[in-house]
Design a protein around this ligand. Structure first.
Ligand code: NAD
Length: 497
């Protein structure tokens, strides 16, 4: 019988008193790995109360000391990197290489958090009026919360709590109920690094737990990453309760191919960016837009995609793993069937894929469509599987028009040898993260993760300087000191006419 995982409340790992639990399964075998509790109302109250009490002391800890906690944490995460990657691979089904990338991208944000002292410096101006100076101070908000998705159970929690805590806040993490083992381990390591009691809490559960956090009067800010409908719900509910909210949502990312591009680079990038991690990445390329003669490469793309096969995370030759759940797999199968029914040409169909030795896995093989139009559901909906749809246009401006008509704006990319065309694209396209001959342009943590349009609700983005502004508020202090000593220096008066 699988064991229930504990929650971190007031510095202690506590068994939940929940009556309901959610099964955490291995997506390749359906083995139940653990049970995630649905936190009770008392447990939520206890976590918020502990975070609120801890904030009073934590905000007074000098900023270099908070930075040192992050340095110790980074060291422990690096030491535990392989162990974390294996735990993560087991509960997500990701290949070990993908799992290591997930952990590593999170560690990079912790490195950014260790730089918090310089990120929290304010501004000053002398003599803003006679003998008066103004300074701005950057102060933490209070209790913040983070609600994270299944697809990056290390990286995305690490986008949130290290920077929030380094900035002097306390934090309540509610990870995805589908893979909560990795986030629990991340929290254990923060405690081991020396985080005082109450600075980080971890609660488990689904919608009900999230809704209690969204409406709790003692929570100041909400960070969310997940799907569009939930992101909209989080933003609406959180802001209606007068909280600061940043909500990162779904995507449909286009890669535009000009005929002058390097064909080999285009094809290998398209294959990796569409099928890597089974397409379960918010920055995955799910739409290829072939401009002019580049459309002739689609057959070769099909041949390269056909070579890929999914497999168990311990299989070194597997290109990607299973989908996270049977429900997710059935949803993608439904969309593939709709694409065919709506008249798209299915060049490669992975909907009946199997993997030897793992008959119960949520497998899907690489799937490729051409002849797709913007009205089809495979174009409109985020598929979140190893499915790539191809559209064909005659000019770069038609490609730009298509991308700009999409309600999403997370990422896009152009492949070309022309600097002028790339410059035109990067300037004209209404998408927050643009790659030029880079298929998945995820910025490193000294920048921010800047999705736009329907892929993001809020103002300040994740990590980088924007996240520090999200987790802090600015106090401006205007000062005048009366100089009681006799005036000895020159005294100049300007008479304005
Ligand atoms: P999801 O929206 O189902 O769940 C995300 C979180 O919200 C989970 O913690 C879940 O427990 C909670 N939740 C689910 N339903 C809820 C509800 N009705 N009310 C309140 N809370 C609820 O997302 P997912 O399936 O875990 O993750 C995949 C999605 O995340 C994809 O759409 C993907 O594009 C998106 N994503 C976006 C980014 C980005 O940066 N834009 C990054 C990663 C993933």
């Amino acid at each position: 019988m699988a064991k229930a995982i504990p929650q971190l409340i007031a510095g202690q790992w506590r068994e939940s008193r929940a009556r309901e639990f959610i099964e955490v399964t291995d997506p390749a075998t359906q083995e139940v790995l653990a049970l995630a509790p649905k936190a009770t109302a008392e447990e939520i109250e206890a976590a918020v109360a502990s975070a609120k009490a801890a904030f009073l002391a934590w905000r007074e800890v000098p900023v270099p000391e908070r930075a040192r906690l992050m340095l110790r944490y980074q060291h422990l995460l690096k030491e535990s990197h392989d162990e974390l990657a294996e735990l993560l691979a087991g509960e997500t089904g990701k290949t070990l290489a993908d799992a290591k990338g997930d952990v590593w991208r999170g560690i990079e944000v912790v490195e950014q958090a260790a730089n918090i002292a310089s990120l929290m410096m304010g501004e000053t101006a002398e003599n803003v009026a006679c003998d008066i100076d103004t300074a701005s101070w950057v102060q933490p908000l209070g209790v913040c919360t983070g609600i994270t998705p299944f697809n990056f159970p290390a990286m995305i929690p690490l986008w949130m709590f290290p920077l929030a805590i380094a900035a002097g806040n306390t934090f309540i993490l509610k990870p995805s109920e589908q893979d909560p083992l990795t986030p629990n381990r991340l929290a254990e390591l923060l405690i081991e690094a020396g985080a005082p009691k109450g600075v980080l809490q971890v609660l488990h559960g689904g919608r009900e737990v999230v809704d209690s956090l969204l409406t709790h009067p003692d929570i100041r800010a909400i960070s969310f990453v997940g799907s569009v409908p939930v992101g909209q719900h989080i933003y609406r509910t959180g802001t209606a309760h007068l909280k600061r909210v940043q909500a990162f949502a779904g995507a449909k990312n286009h890669l535009v191919i000009l005929p002058d591009a390097n064909k080999e680079q285009v094809l290998s990038n398209l294959v990796g960016a569409s099928c890597g991690a089974a397409g379960q990445r918010c920055m995955a390329i799910s739409v290829a837009v072939f401009v002019g003669e580049s459309r002739q490469w689609i057959d070769e793309l099909r041949a390269q995609m056909a070579e890929l096969r999914p497999g168990y995370w311990k299989d070194e030759h597997a290109a990607f793993g299973p989908l996270i759940s049977q429900q997710a797999k059935q949803r993608v199968q439904r969309l593939i069937a709709e694409g065919k029914a709506e008249g798209a040409e299915c060049l490669l169909d992975g909907s009946l894929c199997t993997v030897e030795g793992y008959p119960k896995g949520n497998w899907l093989g690489p799937t490729l469509f051409r002849g797709v139009t913007p009205k089809m559901s495979i174009y409109r909906e985020e598929i979140f599987g190893p499915v790539l749809v191809c559209l064909e246009v005659d000019t770069l401006d038609q490609a730009i028009e298509l991308v700009n008509a999409s309600p999403y704006g997370n990422g896009t990319s152009i492949f070309t040898r022309s600097g002028g065309a790339a410059r035109h694209y990067q300037h004209a396209v209404n998408v927050g993260q643009v790659g030029i001959n880079v298929a998945i342009p995820v910025p490193l943590p000294f920048f921010s993760f800047t999705g736009w349009k329907g892929s993001f609700y809020g103002d300040l983005h994740a990590y980088g300087k924007q996240a520090v502004r999200f987790y802090t508020e600015t106090k401006t202090v205007t000062t005048r000191w009366f100089d009681e000593s006799p005036v000895t220096g020159p005294n100049m008066t300007i008479h304005l006419k």
